[in-house]
Structure formats: structure tokens, C-alpha cells
Design a protein around this ligand. Sequence first.
Ligand SMILES: NC(=O)c1ccc[n+]([C@@H]2O[C@H](COP(=O)([O-])OP(=O)(O)OC[C@H]3O[C@@H](n4cnc5c(N)ncnc54)[C@H](O)[C@@H]3O)[C@@H](O)[C@H]2O)c1
Length: 273
Amino acid sequence: MNIFSLKDKTAVVLGGAGVLGAAMARALADAGADIAVASRSLDRNRAFAAELTSAGHKAIGYSADTTSVDGLKALRDRVLPDFGRVDVLVNCVGGNRPDATIIETDAFFSMDPEAIRSVIDLNLFGGAILPCQVFGQAMAESGAGGSIINVSSMSAIRPLTRIIGYSAAKAAVNSFTQWLAVHLARGGRADIRVNALAPGFFLTEQNRFLLTDEKTGDLSARGKTIVEHTPMGRFGDPDDLAGATVWLASDASKFVTGIVVPVDGGFSAFSGV
Ligand SMILES: NC(=O)c1ccc[n+]([C@@H]2O[C@H](COP(=O)([O-])OP(=O)(O)OC[C@H]3O[C@@H](n4cnc5c(N)ncnc54)[C@H](O)[C@@H]3O)[C@@H](O)[C@H]2O)c1
């Protein structure tokens, strides 16, 4: 028996057409799962689902705003008839906003609180709490259990400079992951496991403006600092998340709930000295 197999399972990957979400979705599909992929852009999700389908997998793309409970319920009500079940939920929606990023010290005092609030809304509510309510309920009602994987960040452990709302939200995602894991397991739903991945630093569209000089493409001072503080000496490749994703989704981790797994090239282990 292959304990990593996801054959006959359905994975809902929110943010699955994004950079990290796509790598996680491909890994789940390669392990045998059928994939429902959703985020705000229907075209991108359909195109990504077509890529998975042409590789021999079952996959359907949908659009949904995960900060909306009604939007998530509408998504669930389409996914269940299409796939019949939801066994795995990957919450890979999230990101930062330039207007919620502090460059000068005093800018914090005058920053628009709505910018901070919207980043917390996206990463904590849209990126974890609301999908866990809607798809967690589907897992509970099916009686078949499931595995939920939230996507956290290094910024959850100790806040990174500048990204105020993002750091607060990701710290709360870690707390929520532990809270929900305990809540479900002690409430008679130990068959629904809740864990998180905390990726280290991956160069993507959401952070490129911070980590590189947009004109030259060279690493910014911040980008260089990150590589220097990553013992493995490089940014992550999205495929680096594949193994941990399949492990957390599958029976290979069936006694694991409430943990946050760093996939970070050693960043969180390094004191900097
Ligand atoms: N890139 C990194 O270095 C890094 C590091 C740690 C954590 N993360 C986290 O990984 C996750 C994925 O990030 P990424 O780098 O792949 O970014 P990305 O921008 O490529 O993916 C984010 C996805 O979220 C979707 N999305 C945004 N707002 C949405 C909404 N309201 N409703 C539905 N979908 C929405 C986008 O369409 C996209 O598919 C995020 O939670 C991010 O915080 C990224």
C-alpha cells in the first residue's frame, strides 16, 4: 500500500493557479488526486485545469472570491456535484499589497488602516478561516474526514520588517491552524486534520517589487539579506513544496494535526550568526 497515494481523493486548491498553489496542485494530482482549482480569475483556473487534464488528471477550474462566504458556498455547491467529495483543502490564497508595505518609519503612523485591514482580511479570512468553515463543513458532513493545509509564511514566526498586516495575518493563520486542529480532534472530528506549510522565500509576483530592483532585475538589499539568511543559499523553487504537500494531504501524516511545517532552506533555524 502506498501511504502517500491520493487516488480516488478530491483536492480543492484555492489560489491553485498562483505560483505556489500550482506547484502544490500538480503535486497532489501526481499523487492521484482529482483537482478543483479556484481563485478570482476563471480564465487562469480553466487554463491551469486544462494543463492538468492534458497531463492525464481530472481537473476543473472555477472562479471564487475566497473573502466572501457566499462565494465560497457557491463554489462548494459546484465542486460537490462535479467531484462527489472533498478530501483535501489547500488554502493558498494570500499576498501582500504595496500600499500596506512600510518603507519609511514614520509612514506607519499615517498608513491607511483600510490597507492593513484588507491584507488581514485576504490572508486570515480569505486565506484560512472562511474556506475552513465552508469546506470543513463539507468534510464533516461527508463523514469521510479530510486534510486541510493552510499556507503560512516565515513572517508568522517572527514578523518581517515592512509588511505589517501580512505578518499579523500569517501569525494568526498559525494560531488558527492549531486552534482548529484541536477544536476538531477534541470535538469528535479527529478524522479532519488541519496543518500548515510555512514556505520560506520564493521569488514571485507578490514580492518581486521588494526583492529585486525592478529596472535591472538584480536582487535588492532585502533580497540579498534573505539569501544570506537562508542557510541553503537560494530562494525556494515552488516544486520544493511538493513533498510536504503530499505528505500532509495523505495518510502518510494520519497522526499529524496542528503543526506548521517550514519549507524554508533552513531560514527559520538560522540565528543569523
Ligand atoms: N511567494 C513566497 O515567497 C511566499 C512565501 C511564503 C508564503 N507565501 C504564501 O503562499 C500563498 C501563495 O502565494 P504565491 O506566492 O503563490 O502568490 P500568487 O499571487 O501567485 O497566488 C495567490 C493566489 O491567490 C489568488 N487570490 C488573491 N486574492 C484572492 C481572492 N480574494 N479570492 C480568491 N483568490 C484570490 C490569486 O488569484 C492567486 O491565484 C500566499 O498565501 C502567500 O502569502 C508565499
